[in-house]
Design a protein around this ligand. Sequence first.
Ligand code: IFM
Length: 454
Amino acid sequence: MEASSGLEFPPGFELGVATSSWQIEGDVAGRGRCNWDDFTEIPGAIVDGATGEPACDHVHRLEEDLDLLEWLDVDAYRFSFSWPRVMPEGVGATSPAGLDFYDRLIDGLLARGIRPVATLFHWDLPSPLEQAGGWPERDTAYRFAHYADAVAQRYADRVDRWATLNEPWCSAFLGYSSGYFAPGRREPGASLAAAYHLILGHGLAVERMRAAGARNVGIVLNLIPVLTDDSTMDDAVRHVDGLQNRIFLDLLAGRGIPADMRESCSSVTDWSFVRENDNAVLGTPIDWLGENYYSPMRIAAPDGTDADVIGQDTAAFPACPPLRFAPRPPFTDMGWEIDPEAMELALRKATDHLPGVPLWICENGAAVAEETDATGIHDPIRTQYIHDHLRALLRSRDRGFDVRGYYAWSLLDNLEWASGWTKKFGIVRVDPDTGTRTPKDSAHWYREVLASRP
Ligand code: IFM
């Protein structure tokens, strides 16, 4: 595909790639344990039995990965700090070796002219905090703010933009309601408390980080448009949309838990963890909002069948009414429907709830089929996917949405959580046995897109 086809970026529009700590770092011995390390020990939790070691061995291959980013010539690199690498017990002393690693990462980016964009929590919770109850406990929010403060004190002078959390929906509802993610608990009431305390931790962290000098502090959500063409499912859509999207947006807007969700989840929680005077902290103004967009969700009446869609599961939606997820082709390997145009519905939702807050697409990409031959690794579906989403995003921008950047997910093939190595999102292949990095066709294409800007 022509690199430039239909893609005209406004001046200053930021293009980058993203990764996360547990998915790429490896070097488990060099940090404290986390919830995902513990989760990998549950038989069957990770489909192929993969663990956090070696992942992409990024800690030991840092220079090589920095050079890859330089070769791509991205404007910005979005990575996450591993809480247990910075603070092995989750509280108390920081690790000099852990801090040194992130110094080298950040300084290496800056030396190559790449803006560091950092997330504080991309799901890897220190094991002692998970064992103490994890996010359903209010105390975890305070521990998070303490960790955020330590990180901001050290790196505020060099990090361009910060996200407190990545996709708190996944931590809360896949972690504590469906149990598909770490820690594997199936307690719908606890998952609602987790969602609330994640945003409380975010609000507390924003205050502490700003006090430590951090600029551009925001959060990254996975807002998902919930669609149906069956009007009998309107109430089911309201419920799923409430848990996937509105609960987070209303908390961030300082409005508390939406009234209809208080009612429709009353069979699984008495909401006694909610404190009305939290709203100011929960709604601490943010400088920007990240959206991770991959797919819409489509809902239909139950008919006894279930589509195989990773993450779309009624067990992840506490007090879920009868429904089924009914994605339409084309699908990625995750079973996710491909629909670039629906991305605008997510942008609209964000803008309606948090007017005036600029938006970044912080993740977008696809696990898809690839073919390898002597000429390279051919992944035309991924290239098309990224191209079509970029084009849709630029159109949304023309229609007035204040979108300022886009990050492809992901730089590297990596540990796709419960799917292990079986789903590949990288624009660069990582051989799971040797760690060898090989740019795929999509990486070459993205590089040309980056270079072809005026
Ligand atoms: O790999 C994940 C990432 O960690 C969070 N967002 C979705 C990606 C693909 O599932």
